[in-house]
Design a protein around this ligand. Structure first.
Ligand code: X90
Length: 276
């Protein structure tokens, strides 16, 4: 069996060392400029373009063809998408699956709708990788990752919901509530894979404390963690320290958001995915 994991770039995982993995980019459109969320991206150029442009900006998800190309020639493809509650990426992947399986009747695509983004997608991808490396059958891998998904969660601290609101991904009333400087909105992914604000905090320090409180409330106890951020490593370091203090260890890693998550979560955001 020739396996491959494919995800869209909302995972913030552009490549994987020594493993058949491919990321399919989303695009961010700022006026005349298009930023492709792949290894060629200059994230600071995107921030600058956004800061200096007052018009409308938007995003686009992969087409079925984009997905199909990335499936390549694998017998079994595991395709992890950003939440279907906020993006057409998952539905596009379903069309691609149909195309691929019709063209190659002996191949199969398994789609995992993360109902989330970034760090939680990474946890799902790493679980699939682990199961492939263990030599499990495709059907069993799909079953196990579906069960694992019930134990993974996403929380975030955001400084602005402007781009989410402007693109109709969150209600303008919710967005307005945090337009005050220094206020962070703390939230999670709802069951349907949409934004679910749960709290507010003044400043990063308090926001990070609240994130640890959210982890405790779900019974977190030392499982795997993935943290992503948009130009806010210091808040992540503080979060890491608080996690070490509360749970005795930090079982994970910190990395930067790429274009899609950075665009919607905006500057200074911190996203944390963990397993319970
Ligand atoms: O164009 C497209 O199809 C992409 C649309 C993506 C919309 C939302 C992206 C959210 C990114 C924001 C904070 C975390 C929210 C997670 C809720 C499930 C990050």
């Amino acid at each position: 069996m020739n396996y491959k994991i494919v995800s869209d770039s909302a995972s913030n995982l552009i490549s994987m060392k020594d493993f058949p993995y491919e990321s399919v980019p989303l695009h961010i459109m700022v006026g005349e400029k298009t930023f492709t969320d792949d290894s060629t991206l200059d994230i600071h150029a995107m921030y600058e373009a956004l800061a200096s442009y007052n018009g409308k900006s938007s995003t686009s998800c992969p087409s079925p063809d984009d997905w199909c190309k990335a499936f390549g020639d694998a017998d079994a493809v595991f395709c992890v998408t950003i939440t279907s509650g906020l993006s057409g990426s998952c539905s596009s992947a379903h069309t691609a699956k149909q195309m691929y399986e019709e063209k190659y009747p002996d191949r199969k695509v398994y789609i995992v709708d993360s109902l989330s983004t970034g760090p939680e997608m990474v946890l799902l991808i790493e679980k699939i990788k682990e199961l492939i490396e263990k030599g499990e059958e495709a059907e069993k891998i799909y079953k196990e990752v579906t069960a694992y998904h019930k134990r993974t969660h996403l929380f975030y601290a955001l400084a602005s919901l402007n781009n989410l609101a402007k693109n109709g991904r969150v209600s303008p009333i919710v967005a307005k509530g945090i337009s005050v400087l220094g206020i962070r909105i703390i939230g999670t992914a709802s069951e349907e894979g949409t934004l679910k604000p749960v709290n507010k905090a003044r400043g990063d320090k308090k926001a990070m404390q609240k994130l640890v409180g959210c982890m405790k409330s779900l019974g977190y106890n030392g499982g795997k963690i993935v943290i992503s951020h948009s130009d806010n490593l210091s808040a992540c370091e503080e979060l890491k320290r608080l996690i070490q203090e509360a749970f005795g260890k930090f079982n994970g890693f910190i990395h930067e958001n790429t274009a899609l998550c950075s665009y919607y979560a905006e500057l200074h955001s911190v996203l944390i995915g963990f397993e319970v």
